[in-house]
Design a protein around this ligand. Structure first.
Ligand code: SF4
Ligand code: SF4
Length: 179
C-alpha cells in the first residue's frame, strides 16, 4: 500500500465513495440546504450528460438563505435579493437516502470540469480573503492529510486553483466580486 501522502490525489475521493456517502450525500431532511446551481453550472452539467432528473427546483426558504448568509458573512442583503422569498433556485436532485443522483460507486459520474463549483472546491472555501477548509469528519482526504497543504495535495488542488474556483463560483452565483 502507498503511504498516505504519496498516493494519487484522485484516489482519496474514490476511497471515500467506497467507504462512506462522501460530501456528495446529504442527511435526509437537509435537502433545502444544498448549495444552489447557477444557470451556467447547470448548462455545463447538461452538456456533460446530466439529464433533467438530476436537478431539483428548490424554494428559497428562510433556512436556505440563512445558511448562505453564514457562508458569505456580511452579504445578506445581496443574497436576499438574489434568492428572494417566494422564489426558487436549482439544486442537485438527491435520492431518498440523500445521495446526489450523479454519485456512482467510484465518485461523481461527471468529469471534474463539468461539476458544480461548490463540489470542485469542497472542502475548501474562502473567508475574509483567506483560504480555509470545512472540518468534515467523513472526508477521506482530510483524514489522510495533516492540514491545508497536505489536503490540497491529496485532492490535487492548489491555493491558486481554490482562489480561482471560489471567485468563479461567486461570479456564477451573481455575487458582486470582492477581492
Ligand atoms: S455533482 Fe458530482 S461531485 Fe457534486 S455532489 Fe453530485 S456526485 Fe458529488
Ligand atoms: S472531497 Fe473529501 S468528502 Fe468529498 S469525496 Fe473527496 S475525500 Fe470524500
Amino acid at each position: 500500500m502507498m503511504p498516505a501522502d504519496t498516493a494519487p490525489a484522485a484516489d482519496a475521493c474514490c476511497r471515500c465513495a467506497e467507504a462512506s456517502g462522501t460530501c456528495c450525500t446529504l442527511s435526509p431532511g437537509q435537502e433545502e440546504f444544498c448549495f444552489p446551481l447557477s444557470a451556467r453550472e447547470r448548462a455545463d452539467m447538461e452538456a456533460a450528460g446530466a439529464g433533467p432528473e438530476m436537478f431539483f427546483s428548490q424554494a428559497n426558504t428562510p433556512a436556505f438563505v440563512d445558511n448562505l448568509c453564514r457562508l458569505f458573512p456580511g452579504e445578506g442583503a445581496l443574497l436576499r435579493a438574489l434568492f428572494p422569498a417566494g422564489g426558487f433556485h436549482d439544486r442537485l436532485a438527491v435520492a431518498l437516502t440523500g445521495e446526489c443522483l450523479l454519485l456512482g460507486p467510484e465518485g461523481c459520474r461527471l468529469p471534474r470540469e463539468a461539476r458544480p463549483y461548490y463540489c470542485r472546491l469542497f472542502p475548501f472555501w474562502m473567508r475574509g480573503g483567506r483560504q480555509m477548509y470545512f472540518e468534515f469528519k467523513e472526508c477521506q482526504a482530510l483524514r489522510e492529510s495533516r492540514g491545508g497543504a497536505g489536503l490540497l495535495k491529496r485532492l490535487g488542488m492548489t491555493e491558486t486553483g481554490v482562489f480561482d474556483l471560489y471567485h468563479r463560483l461567486r461570479e456564477a452565483w451573481g455575487l458582486t466580486e470582492r477581492r
